[in-house]
Design a protein around this ligand. Sequence first.
Ligand code: ADP
Length: 379
Amino acid sequence: MTTELPTFSNAAPQQKPKVTANPLLTNLSGVKSIIAISSGKGGVGKSTVSSNLAVSLAQKGYAVGLMDADVYGPSIAKMMGGPDAEVVQKDNKLMPAEKHGVKWMSMALLTDEDTPVIWRGPMATRLVQQFLGQVQWGDLDFLLIDLPPGTGDVQLTLTQAVSLTGAVVVSTPQEVAVDVATRGIKMFDEVRVPIMGMIENMSGFICGNCQHETNILTQGHLESKAHQLGIAYWGGIPMDPEVAIAGDQGVPIALSKSPVAKRFAEITDLLIKTVADAQSKAAENTDSPTQISSDEKHVLLMWKDESVSELEFKKLRFACPCASCVNEVTGVRMIQESDIKDSIEPTGFRPVGKYGLQISWNDGHNTGIYTFNQLKSLS
Ligand code: ADP
């Protein structure tokens, strides 16, 4: 078997492939960075920010995808100006719509606008899997994902399914909105997804007549929260009727020459720089395998320095760190090595975030997530 991790280089396989690679990761193998755009509350301008960052990145020459995962209020289709044609299915893949230099996909392209919200919840996780695994994204520098507000199933599915490069948090200036956004930050923290930056939307009001900017709401909550949490504050986007009009017309304001477009361009530069820094830091991390494969008896992990760890199946299965194999409080192992059959072998590997690997075994066990550090020390 050979499993390639999404952000790692493709070293030549050392062993004959035995188990098929995860189709989801194969589909995203041309995507260099995946950025989630999140918010605590709805209506704060998350989709507006997502669509404007996407077109702004495209204007700067990057290959960009935009995935609308906001199943409860999918607005990307409208903000991007709708598809030029019906969604095409080819070789079991969905072709994304393309507008303003951005490839995009939304539930709005696949379902009736009138689909009751109550059906959308159960559909949500399946839809996210489908968008990640079946949309023909091709080679992208950035795949932006417009999340639903809050911390629900979609967020969880996403963080478990792919290695996110990072998340961007959008909030309005009100203290209550900032407090709710902070809860989302904690969730990303727990699954080790770095918050790349925080954006304050509707931070001041731009008068349509004189273009003067007035701060209607008390400013500074988001900036001070960002400082307190050690997260970069990327500044504010004012409330400007032109932003809403542009969104409604399907031509994001970042495509214009307005002062707000300039702000979006500045924030886009901050995103580009932060992603580049994160990627070069990840490249320095020697504790991530570049390739995972197996021979008759061992899981083989090739590390950044091209050293290879050979981990015997039986020993690796015995070292399973899950709660049913080891007591979380005492650390005492609850299985014996003799409980494991000699015929034990892995049936699948799934990278989890940037830190570990979930291994499925032919005894039906699949709940253990081995951290890369643990795997390295096992060898
Ligand atoms: P969310 O994705 O957080 O639910 P949206 O991006 O859909 O929010 O924005 C909600 C509404 O607010 C939309 O009508 C949008 O056009 C408008 N809006 C968002 N940001 C701004 C802004 N900076 N100025 C004016 N209107 C805005």
